[in-house]
Design a protein around this ligand. Sequence first.
Ligand code: BES
Ligand code: MN
Ligand code: ZN
Length: 500
Amino acid sequence: MAHEYIKTPFINEDVHKADVLVVGVFEDGTLTKQAKAVDEGTKGFLSRALKTAEFKGKKGKFFHAVMPHGWERVIVAGLGSMDKFEPLDAQNLGGDLVAFLNGQRVKEAAVALCGNKLLVSDHDLAAEVAYGAQLRSYRFDKYRTKEPEEKKPTLKKLTIMAADKNEAGRQYERLEAVIEGVFLTRDLVSEPANIVHPDSFPAYCKELAALGVEVEVLGEKEMKKLGMNALLGVGQGSDKESKLIVMQWNGGKKNDAPVAFIGKGVCFDTGGISIKPAANMEEMKWDMAGAGVVTGLMKTLATRKAKVNVVCVAGVVENMPDGNAQRPGDVVTSMSGQTIEVINTDAEGRLVLADALWYTQDRFKPKFMVNLATLTGAIIVALADVHAGLFSNNDVLSTRLTESGIAVGEPLWRLPLGKEYDEKINCDIADVKNVGDGSGAGSITAAQFLQRFVNDVPWAHLDIAGTAWTKKDKSICPKGGTAFGVRLLDHLVEHFYEGK
Ligand code: BES
Ligand code: MN
Ligand code: ZN
């Protein structure tokens, strides 16, 4: 899918007089260098205007001033407190600014925020502002054929002062690879289930072959041979053929064990015979977000030629009620050999992942496995759309994931695993049942279920049911698919596993 990007050239020159100039003010009333220059050039007009409007310089707020003689429009961005301004604030500023400028119907603007003592260098600041601006400008509008011109975004170009434009450009190039991956994930998650489904999903992955990614697609016949009856049972009621998609990027040393990412790809989750209520069921088109994230992540890693061996596995199915659909009470034998009683056909994600996880550790012997899944409604009860749930059998991996989440603004919260929770999925007639015992902790019992299929490999499960989709605009993400996880896992790989 083609995206319109905002042009974001970096320049060294001090821009005093762009048609639309963006400067800043801190919470304590201090004007940034360029804001001061404007104020002096207008005999104090700007500071008087800010005072009259009681503009306090709060983060995320903007003040729009039409200026006298010679100056056109000046936009003052609230920067909060000077010694607390971090890279993530710069991203959010870029994102909020795009929304504000579009609201003001601005086509081009210049951002001049250099020369202030922040917790981010001038070139990083420039690159991060451009990054945030680009992430916010994402639109999934291909089906809006009648959108009036005056509703469409106007902003085409954001020139950014950088002090060292070459260094800013280098920083930004690195971030562009992440933008590409995030946009691919958002596209996949936003597409309806009549477009992105188990028969069409592989084609999106195969496009990554152009970047040097090896893509294999296992169909039902191949999976049957491998004994993946847990995954196959979920797709049994669908006309679409279930798939297991395996993507490999070998940027590391030969024979170096890969890192592995596994995604739940339920392209539509009706609940199956344990059918969901009609209200909001359309949201279950994004029940493939985990698979969307590993696909976008692969695009990012391959685009920036990450020095690491990576395997991404997507279990792609559709959960439908049908004459041939799996019934509550059915028992399936998974690839691991463990038998599963399917008490509730709506607890399908864990069935898909059981075989995808087993297959991944068995075939690739990875350094670690991280799976992502919109697995439980219960994680939304616990953590809303703020944190994703983190479950892990390994403290080092957990810490690295948590740190990465904080660094990119995709926070995780670790929840416990343990014997007492594990017992809740013991089953009378099979090795394990696919739901808990009704005593609560729905997200944990789901994680316990997954853990039975990972052996001793360091493993983490991210429950992204609350964070994969946003109903309201956020600073660097318009409402819709968020791609939560792409930036986090790219950071994890870069900081802890590349070139090591
Ligand atoms: N895909 C859902 C989880 C979900 C719910 C994601 C709401 C996003 C929003 C998952 O397959 C599911 O249906 N889980 C059930 C499990 C239950 C039957 C044990 C749930 O959470 O209700
Ligand atoms: Mn379900
Ligand atoms: Zn589901």
